[in-house]
Write a protein that binds this ligand. Structure first.
Ligand SMILES: Nc1ncnc2c1ncn2[C@@H]1O[C@H](COP(=O)(O)OP(=O)(O)O)[C@@H](O)[C@H]1O
Ligand SMILES: Nc1ccn([C@@H]2O[C@H](COP(=O)(O)OP(=O)(O)O)[C@@H](O)[C@H]2O)c(=O)n1
Length: 231
């Protein structure tokens, strides 16, 4: 069967990566979590003193180091899951914390950061057979993707899901802080000048606020079948 490209975009913490990862596993496609790439760049900037206490980013310093910054994914054979590496170091756990979440949308709004990561994402998807999730996949990275999905749910539902996840991982979590972060990132992501978060005209919208993980996977599998059958 002809391989296609699947773009999953939407607001923060609504289940994009959960459904993208499950679909990729089901159909034998590659899955790429582009948010993890922006998070890794953010961690790099934090560690190198490029983010001031007030949140301002030293763009010149970051730009000078972009070529020396390598983000990649490697499969963990024990869990069967891909993990994020920054310059050879496994940063999968650290990039999910609130400190990175607090700064990532500012880093993701920088034009040269997006140019570098989008180029890498396009190379990853060159041979199709890929499920990629993020904010600009259907609009910028793969505007010709055969299947585009735009996921939404209320901010409260999304914050609760992220809270449960962090607690489940034994990480520090405060519901109000998470809700504030989710709303703030939605705002920055939707209002930035470069590649703002928006639904591509040809994307199918899914509000999964009332759906279980199994139900949303079923919905996505159905869309995948319909799309591949007509491709
Ligand atoms: N339909 C759902 N119902 C309940 N929890 C969900 C659902 N979809 C995803 N989750 C959980 O919500 C959290 C955020 O999902 P995630 O896939 O990381 O979101 P995103 O990639 O959009 O940020 C995860 O802990 C995930 O297990
Ligand atoms: N394709 C993408 C993916 C993420 N991002 C940015 O990276 C942040 C973190 O993405 P993420 O997918 O890990 O976010 P959540 O899983 O917390 O929802 C987003 O809030 C965006 O600012 C982006 O700008 N473009």
């Amino acid at each position: 069967m002809k391989k296609i490209t699947i773009a999953i975009d939407g607001f923060s913490s609504c289940g994009k990566s959960t459904m993208a990862k499950m679909l990729a596993k089901e159909v034998g496609y590659i899955y790429v979590d582009t948010g993890a790439m922006y998070r890794a760049v953010t961690l790099f900037a934090m560690r190198n003193g490029m983010i001031a206490p007030n949140g301002d980013v030293n763009r010149d310093a970051l730009k000078a180091k972009m070529d020396a910054l390598h983000v990649e994914f490697k499969l963990n054979p024990q869990t069967g899951k891909a993990e994020t590496y920054l310059n050879g170091e496994n940063v999968e756990h650290e990039i999910r914390g609130m400190e990175v979440s607090a700064h990532v949308s500012a880093i993701a709004a920088i034009d040269f950061v997006r140019t570098a990561l989008v180029a890498q994402q396009q190379r990853m998807g060159h041979d199709k057979g890929i499920v990629m999730d993020g904010r600009d996949i259907g609009t910028v990275v793969f505007p010709d993707a055969e299947l585009k999905v735009f996921v939404t749910a209320s901010a409260e539902v999304r914050a609760q899901r992220r809270f449960d996840e962090l607690v489940g991982k034994g990480m520090k979590a405060n519901y109000d802080e998470i809700l504030h972060n989710v709303q703030e990132r939605d705002y920055i992501d939707s209002h930035r000048e470069v590649s703002p978060l928006r639904k591509a005209e040809d994307a199918i919208e899914l509000d999964n606020g009332q759906l279980t993980i199994a139900e949303q996977l079923q919905w996505l599998m159905d869309k995948f079948r319909e799309t591949t059958e007509s491709a």
